[in-house]
Design a protein around this ligand. Structure first.
Ligand code: OAD
Length: 273
């Protein structure tokens, strides 16, 4: 079933031919592991395999709203690790996405990541759907009033749990990242149709385990080739004639595609900049 790497030059030809002006990308934690941020589900290096010290009923509880209400501390231990700042640099994969945008080829990028590295790489914000939210804003889970960003930064740095400053509230403050049991941002549903408009779909660094995001690649038109850059086969990849699986390190796969497009040098320069 596995289509081999020889299909990548065909994808490059397709892009160069101008038949695929609308590229929709879908990304997950795997595109940020090369930046030093752990993913969730990789067997030994993933966050879920390393949360034992936090005494959680199950690893996913760290992103569970019901659990958070009872015990917000584990989340804030993790938040300290994941909080975007200057610590992490975009990877080759992020920079490739920015390059697609610069060339007017990126129709939309759907990301599950909360590290904001797509923005840092230069993908215009209007081309990004942060499907699982981000650390950019935060609010009280009870009265929903926004909490100040600078104060938040200090709490996170100390690993402390911030509480709502509104009089008589004192509810728990949580970054606007999507927890299990919460709805995805409206933007996700508003932009979902972009997937069916795509001439080419790129899926990078995600296990496609979490719905509704995991359903996006299946919304692609049958005529639109789907390319997977990932360490393992995921989702329904391999069931369509035009699926291409580039298994292995996603930066390496992306470099191969960039080379086939004649963008290799441009990519390296943009990445080093
Ligand atoms: P996962 O950890 O579930 O999946 C990461 C995927 O990337 C796996 O298939 C890895 O094999 C692959 N991978 C890791 N490093 C790679 C690399 N350098 N090159 C290629 N592939 C690599 O992460 P997500 O799919 O993003 O939700 O997880 C989805 C959601 O589950 C997250 O958004 C998070 C989590 O619960 C929330 O935080 C709300």
């Amino acid at each position: 079933l596995t289509l081999d790497k020889r299909s990548l030059p065909a994808v490059a030809e397709y892009i160069k031919s101008g038949q695929a002006p609308r590229i929709v990308a879908m990304t997950g934690a795997g595109i940020s592991t090369a930046a030093g941020i752990p993913d969730f589900r990789s067997p030994t290096t993933g966050l879920y395999a390393n949360l034992a010290a936090l005494n959680l009923p199950e690893p996913e509880a760290v992103f569970d709203l019901t659990f958070f209400r009872q015990n917000p501390q584990p989340f804030y231990v993790l938040a300290r690790e994941l909080y975007p700042g200057t610590r992490y640099r975009p990877t080759v994969s992020h920079v490739f996405l920015a390059l697609l945008a610069r060339k007017g080829l990126l129709h939309m990028l759907f990301t599950q990541n909360i590290d904001c590295l797509e923005r840092a790489a230069g993908v215009p914000p209007e081309r990004i759907v942060e499907a699982h939210g981000s650390f950019a804003t935060q609010r009280c889970i009870d009265c929903k009033v926004l909490f100040d960003g600078e104060r938040m930064r200090k709490f996170v740095a100390r690993g402390e749990v911030p509480r709502c400053a509104e009089e008589g509230c004192g509810g728990l403050v949580k970054p606007d990242i999507v927890f299990f049991g919460e709805a995805l941002p409206r933007d996700f549903f508003d932009q979902m149709q972009r997937v069916s408009e795509a001439g080419l779909v790129l899926v990078m660094g995600t296990s496609l385990q979490v719905h509704p995001f995991a359903g996006l690649p299946d919304m692609a038109d049958e005529a639109a080739p789907r390319v997977l850059f990932n360490r393992e086969e995921v989702g329904s990849f391999g069931t369509r004639a035009d699926d291409v699986m580039v298994l292995g390190d996603c930066d390496a796969g992306v470099r191969k595609l960039a080379d086939a497009l004649g963008w290799g040098q441009e990519l390296e320069e943009a990445w080093r900049a």
